[in-house]
Design a protein around this ligand. Structure first.
Ligand code: 5GP
Ligand code: ZN
Length: 113
């Protein structure tokens, strides 16, 4: 299987890493859509939100907690930020390894385009 984010996990492709623990890594998005744009991904390959099972509950929560801690450390938690997981075509997903976007540093429009 050829997965871009699995390659980032294994170190085959470089990324500006901002977080690593037993279960997940965080790194800056290569094409930032906000002054702060980071991605948090499980180390284990999971393609989309559709592929999450109840066994992944802790892992999914882990991504949220890691992103929230990073937002706090970056000083954006009071101003606010957005966490997003795109799923499949209509969701705008382009990389099929689960990832949580953290967007911050500007006022974000709602609804999204
Ligand atoms: P999606 O559209 O699947 O929700 O988000 C994929 C994200 O991955 C995009 O924001 C895109 O800029 C980012 N991305 C794609 N390739 C790379 C890469 O090689 N390195 C990093 N750091 N981000 C990437
Ligand atoms: Zn993968």
């Amino acid at each position: 299987m050829d997965c871009l984010f699995c390659r980032i996990v294994s170190g085959q492709i470089p990324a500006k890493k901002i977080h690593e623990d037993e279960h997940c890594i965080g790194f800056f998005d290569i094409n930032p859509q906000a002054p702060l744009h980071a991605l948090f991904i499980p180390k284990r390959h999971i393609a989309t939100v559709n592929d999450l099972t109840s066994e992944d509950r802790e892992l999914a929560g882990h991504l949220l907690v890691a992103a929230g801690k990073f937002a706090k450390a970056q000083g954006v938690s009071d101003a606010g930020f957005r966490l997003v997981m795109n799923c499949n075509g209509d969701g705008g997903q382009t990389v099929f390894h689960l990832h949580l976007h953290l967007l911050a540093g500007r006022a974000l429009a709602w609804p999204p385009g």
